[in-house]
Design a binder for this molecule. Structure first.
Ligand code: 3LM
Length: 405
């Protein structure tokens, strides 16, 4: 198994968009903190504002450091252009506000990150946009649900938190036939494992807080797509509607993270395969949801669509929620924290944390079980990650912690 879908990826992740000779020979790109940019004349300023002349003028619209990150990410995702944002939610909100009007419909998969779900259900819906959930793991469900009012088809693959996969090419083809844009949240897979635009999607969004940054020291996001779509996101969704622009310092941290993205993803994938197998073999574990396991319901799609299976695992204990809590409290190395894609292994309980924006009823309807535990496999020694999980599971088994405890 390899995590490397394209030759040249690592080279682009380190060099794309930057010429040291144009920056006094600086190997590392300069950090431009300036919020505003000086015009050589009043006329030049007016021309830049009118879009008749190229140039930076204010960092809510564009900034040279952020611009480099946008170019580099576009080179990794196979996109024409990108807009970096203050957070993953900033990217999602900025994109959706740019393309939806009252009366439009958006079809979304059943499983979404909790705040994306809340933004759609409690945010967009208040402004007259219809949110329809469909199980997009079967593209036929999209064909059945899509209509003339559908403007956007939106999903995550793998989905947070239960790891469901969507066949990007099949779903994007149906959406395109009906004139709807396909938007994919590629946070879990990263462009190392999937490049949705090359498979027919129109727009990709990311939480750069996760694998792209990779070190748990920033909050950021990015949207990618055609130059025309990204211009609309920049000037409508970000400049005027949300103002959710990425800070230059954060762009610099993401640029640093990207240099090791391919290496890090290869290790996350390798370790997660081993950890998933160990969890699967433990008697206290009722189910492991990991695309790399032969028993995973969509294992064939995973093999076709992802050259590596990623670093995220979801699992359920035979003792249910009580056992999950007891296990989490016995961990020494794996950290109890939300977020994902960091060097540190992180564990959390979606029903009470990342997906507490769903009601209990909504979680049941959307296939997010209350006993589910989510693990982001980090970059520590894999034997030590596994040993920590195994000792915690052994302790739970010995104490017979269960739903009835
Ligand atoms: C989390 N997720 O722990 P930011 N899309 C996906 C995500 O997982 C996330 C976002 C978008 C988590 C954050 S929960 C309080 C912590 C697939 C974030 C939003 O706005 O950068 O956090 O991205 O699952």
């Amino acid at each position: 198994m390899t995590c490397l879908p394209l030759s040249g990826f690592a080279t682009r992740a380190i060099h794309a968009g930057y010429d040291a000779a144009a920056h006094d020979g600086a190997l590392v790109p300069p950090l431009h903190l300036s919020s505003t940019f000086v015009f050589e004349s009043a006329e030049a300023g007016a021309e830049i504002f009118a879009g008749e002349r190229e140039g930076y003028f204010y960092s809510r619209i564009a900034n040279p450091t952020v611009d480099l990150l946008e170019q580099r990410m576009a080179a990794l995702e196979g996109a024409e252009a990108a807009v970096a944002t203050a957070s993953g939610m900033g990217a999602i909100a900025g994109v959706l506000w740019s393309f939806l009007q009252p009366g439009d419909e958006i079809i979304v998969d059943k499983t979404l990150y909790g705040c994306t779900f809340a933004f759609m259900r409690h945010g967009l819906a208040r402004f007259g946009i219809r949110i329809t959930h469909a199980d997009l793991t079967d593209p036929a469900n999209l064909s059945a649900a899509i209509s003339k009012t559908t403007k956007i088809v939106y999903f995550e693959t793998p989905a947070n938190p239960n790891m469901r996969l969507v066949d990007i090419a099949a779903v994007a083809a149906i959406a395109r036939r009906h004139g709807a844009r396909t938007i994919v949240d590629n946070t879990y897979a990263t462009p190392v494992l999937t490049q949705p635009i090359t498979l027919g999607a129109d727009i990709v969004v990311h939480s750069a807080t996760k694998y792209l940054g990779g070190h748990g020291d920033l909050v950021g996001g990015i949207a990618l797509g055609t130059a025309a779509d990204m211009q609309q996101v920049r000037l409508v969704g970000i400049k005027d509607m949300t103002g959710a622009v990425m800070a230059p310092f954060n762009a610099m941290l993401v640029l640093r993270g990207l240099k090791t993205l391919k290496l890090r993803m290869a290790e996350h994938c390798r370790s997660a395969v081993a950890v998933a197998a160990a969890l699967d073999a433990h008697q206290a574990v009722a189910a492991v949801h990991y695309p790399g396991l032969a028993g995973f319901a969509q294992h064939d799609l995973a093999r076709r669509q992802m050259p590596g299976f990623g670093g995220m695992i979801a699992f359920e204990l035979t003792g249910g929620y009580a056992a999950g809590v007891a296990m989490m409290n016995r961990l020494n190395l794996v950290q109890r924290a939300v977020s994902l894609g960091d060097a540190e292994s992180l564990i959390q309980h979606p029903a009470s944390m990342t997906h507490s924006t769903y009601t209990t009823e909504e979680r049941r309807e959307h296939g997010i079980s209350d006993g589910l535990v989510r693990l982001s496999v980090g970059l520590e020694e894999v034997d030590e990650i596994t040993a920590d999980l195994m000792q915690a599971l052994d302790a739970v088994t010995a104490a017979r912690v269960s739903v009835d405890a």
